[in-house]
Design a protein around this ligand. Structure first.
Ligand code: 5GP
Ligand code: MN
Length: 353
C-alpha cells in the first residue's frame, strides 16, 4: 500500500478546486522531456475521464522520441500557436503547472499564465519553487513529477480514472527521470506505483524498448561521433566536456532528442565526477547540460554561471556567446569547484585533447 505523502489540507484544496473547474489548462517546461510530457498527458487523460475539458500547452516543440505517448499529437505548441495558447489559459478555470519551479522555465508562455485569472496548481520536484500557486505540491526529494502526480491522484481518490493510456504516460516519466530506475530510485514507493501502473495494463518492457532502445541512424552516429571525437577529459577537475557545434549538428541532421543522455555517458568512467555538454543551438546561443555523481552539485554551477538550475546531479542552463567562449567559461570556472570534488584518487589519464 502506497504511503500518503501530501497533507490532507492540500488534498482537500485540490479536490475543491477540481470540483469547481470545468476548463483545465496544463503546462510543462520548455524542451519537454519524458517527465514533463508524461505527467501532462497522464493528467489530461485522467481529467478528461473525470469529465473536464483539458488542453495541454507545451512552450516549444516536444522531441520526436516522446511523440509516441498517447495524446502527444493533441498538445498545443505555444511557440507555433501563441494565439491559441493564450486563449487556452484565458478561458481556463484552473492551470496545472507541471515539472517546473519557475515561470522562466516556460519561456514566452509565462505572460499567458500570468495574465490568466485561473487558479493554479503546481506539481513539481525541483528545489526551491519560485512560482505562486493556490495548491503547491512540491517535493524535491521525489524522483519525478509523474510519481508525485500518481500519489496526488491516489490520495484524492482519482486513481481509478487512470486508464492504460494515462498509466503509460505516467510510467514513461518515472522511467526517464530515473534512467529506467537506475538512479534516484531507492524509494520503495516508486515500485508500488510501478506495480499499480503495470496492473493497469502498461507494457513496461515495450515502453523501455520504445524510450531507451529506439534510435534513428543519425542519433547512433552523432552519439558515437561525440564520444569518440568530441569528449575531452579533464582529469585534474575529474570532469569531462563534450561540445557540438552547429556545423556538426547539421552534418548529422540533428533533431531534438538525438543527443539525449549523451551527457550521462562520461559518468560511467569511475574517476569522472561531473560531465558537461555544450550544444551550439543558434549562433551565439549555447545550451548547457551537466550531470554529476554523489554530493557534487552541478545545479550550483548552472545557477551561478549559466542562468539555469535543476537538480543536484542533473542541471542545465544557457550561454549567450560563441561555442568557443562557452568552452573557455566552463574551463575557467572548473578550478573554483575543485575543492568540492571527492578526495579519492581519480585514476584517469588526460587524453591530451
Ligand atoms: P537537461 O540537461 O536534460 O537539459 O536538463 C537537466 C535538468 O536541468 C532539467 O530537468 C531541468 O531541471 C534543468 N535545466 C535544464 N536546463 C535548464 C535551464 O535553462 N534553466 C533551469 N532553471 N533549469 C534547467
Ligand atoms: Mn522531472
Amino acid at each position: 500500500m502506497l504511503k500518503p505523502l501530501i497533507s490532507q489540507d492540500k488534498i482537500e484544496a485540490f479536490r475543491k478546486l477540481m470540483e469547481a473547474s470545468a476548463n483545465v489548462a496544463v503546462v510543462c517546461h520548455m524542451t519537454p522531456d519524458g517527465d514533463a510530457m508524461g505527467s501532462s498527458l497522464c493528467l489530461m487523460h485522467v481529467l478528461r475521464a473525470a469529465g473536464k475539458s483539458v488542453s495541454v500547452v507545451v512552450p516549444d516543440c516536444p522531441p520526436d522520441n516522446m511523440m509516441f505517448l498517447p495524446g502527444a499529437d493533441e498538445v498545443t505548441v505555444a511557440s507555433y500557436h501563441p494565439t491559441k495558447a493564450k486563449y487556452i489559459f484565458a478561458r481556463a478555470d484552473v492551470i496545472f503547472m507541471l515539472d517546473f519551479n519557475d515561470l522562466k522555465r516556460i519561456d514566452r508562455t509565462a505572460p499567458f499564465v500570468e495574465m490568466s485569472k485561473a487558479r493554479r496548481i503546481l506539481v513539481d520536484h525541483h528545489l526551491e519553487p519560485a512560482v505562486r500557486a493556490d495548491v503547491s505540491v512540491s517535493y524535491p526529494e521525489k524522483s519525478s513529477t509523474c510519481a508525485l502526480l500518481y500519489t496526488l491522484l491516489w490520495q484524492a481518490g482519482m486513481d481509478s480514472l487512470i486508464d492504460v493510456d494515462a498509466a503509460t504516460c505516467c510510467c514513461a516519466g518515472m522511467m526517464t527521470d530515473t534512467g529506467n530506475f537506475s538512479y534516484n530510485s531507492n524509494d520503495p514507493e516508486l515500485y508500488k506505483i510501478l506495480a499499480a501502473l503495470v496492473e493497469k495494463g502498461v507494457d513496461k518492457d515495450a515502453l523501455y524498448a520504445r524510450i531507451f532502445n529506439t534510435s534513428s541512424l543519425n542519433r547512433i552516429r552523432i552519439m558515437g561521433y561525440s564520444q569518440y571525437a568530441k569528449m575531452r577529459v579533464l582529469p585534474e577537475h575529474k570532469a569531462a566536456l563534450i561540445t557540438l557545434s552547429r556545423d556538426e549538428l547539421n552534418e548529422f541532421d540533428y533533431k531534438k532528442g538525438d543527443t539525449e543522455a549523451l551527457v550521462n555517458v562520461p559518468l560511467s568512467v569511475p574517476g569522472i565526477v561531473y560531465s558537461v555538454y555544450l550544444r551550439e543551438d543558434e549562433p551565439d546561443y549555447v545550451k548547457v547540460s551537466m550531470r554529476s555523481k554523489g554530493d557534487f552539485s552541478v545545479k550550483e554551477i548552472c545557477e551561478c554561471h549559466f542562468g539555469g538550475g535543476g537538480h543536484k546531479n542533473a542541471a542545465g542552463g544557457e550561454f549567450h556567446g560563441s561555442l568557443g567562449d562557452a568552452v573557455a567559461r566552463v574551463i575557467g570556472i572548473m578550478p573554483l569547484y575543485d575543492s568540492k570534488l571527492p578526495g579519492d584518487g581519480c585514476g584517469i589519464a588526460s587524453d591530451g585533447q
